[in-house]
Design a protein around this ligand. Structure first.
Ligand SMILES: [Fe+2]
Length: 255
């Protein structure tokens, strides 16, 4: 019988059942609980763990290695990596993709949409993406780049958004995205600062822990957002960032 990734990982850690690997033990507990649940229960359980991660990382402050909070997040990161695809897909220049026009159109659209932005989030603001963002996400070169890297076909979920980190000390706590952003493609449209550049995207690697990722203007960064804990470090006082986030999902849904 073929061994799946989760079974392989756990069987290779079988000698570690003492207190030396708290995250792994937590992960095992989460997995055993998870497999007893029906689909609705599984979704609720993942939502609960997502809330735990968010509450442990106010303003995206990362706990110190070895603390209870860090171990909890590491255990949850391991869990998410075993029930969903996780990790960075690429962070490359878009110039070869010939999508400069989309980039410019989305800068214009994000400026227009800024006036209708939502204020319901306390630490950053967002709006739905409009026609320019949908044109960007249906670009054949971007689609091909994603599919070449992933090895399977994807489709835009119809959920795109503009993210404005333009309040004082804007940030977003660590979290995983909902299914509509299973594969999240991020493009930084603008980034201004006078006295310091501080904010970076954090992707929590299930083995290595939190990793800082810079998205230079001119790059497209894609990652498995439903299975990777991620957040954005607090901006400096005068730092402002606008991002386009495009949601993709596999064309073939696993049953
Ligand atoms: Fe997110």
């Amino acid at each position: 019988m073929m061994m799946n990734r989760k079974d392989w990982y756990l069987s290779n850690q079988s000698g570690n059942d003492d207190n030396s690997n708290v995250p792994l033990q937590l992960c095992k507990i989460y997995l055993s609980k998870y497999k007893e649940l029906d689909n609705k229960g599984k979704l609720e359980f993942k939502t609960y763990l997502n809330t735990v991660v968010s509450e442990l990382t106010p303003s995206c402050k990362i706990p110190k290695v070895g603390t209870t909070s860090y171990n909890n997040i590491q255990g949850i990161a391991l869990f998410f990596s075993m029930v969903a695809k996780s990790g960075l897909i690429f962070n490359d220049s878009y110039r070869s993709l010939n999508i400069k026009q989309h980039f410019n159109d989305c800068i214009d659209e994000s400026a227009i949409m800024r006036s209708s932005r939502s204020d319901r989030n306390e630490t950053f603001r967002s709006t739905y993406g409009g026609e320019a963002s949908l044109n960007f996400s249906s670009n054949a070169n971007l689609q091909k780049e994603l599919e070449d890297k992933l090895g399977f076909e994807v489709i835009n979920s119809g959920h795109n958004s503009y993210l404005y980190y333009d309040k004082e000390c804007s940030s977003i706590n660590m979290h995983v995205d909902r299914k509509e952003y299973e594969i999240n493609v991020l493009v930084k449209l603008s980034h201004t600062f006078k006295n310091g550049q501080r904010s970076k995207l954090i992707l929590w690697d299930s083995n290595l822990g939190p990793i800082e990722n810079e998205i230079p203007i001119g790059n497209v960064l894609a990652f498995h957002a439903n299975g990777t804990i991620h957040g954005r470090l607090e901006c400096a006082d005068d730092e402002k960032i606008t991002l386009l986030s495009m949601g993709f999902v596999p064309k073939q849904i696993d049953l």
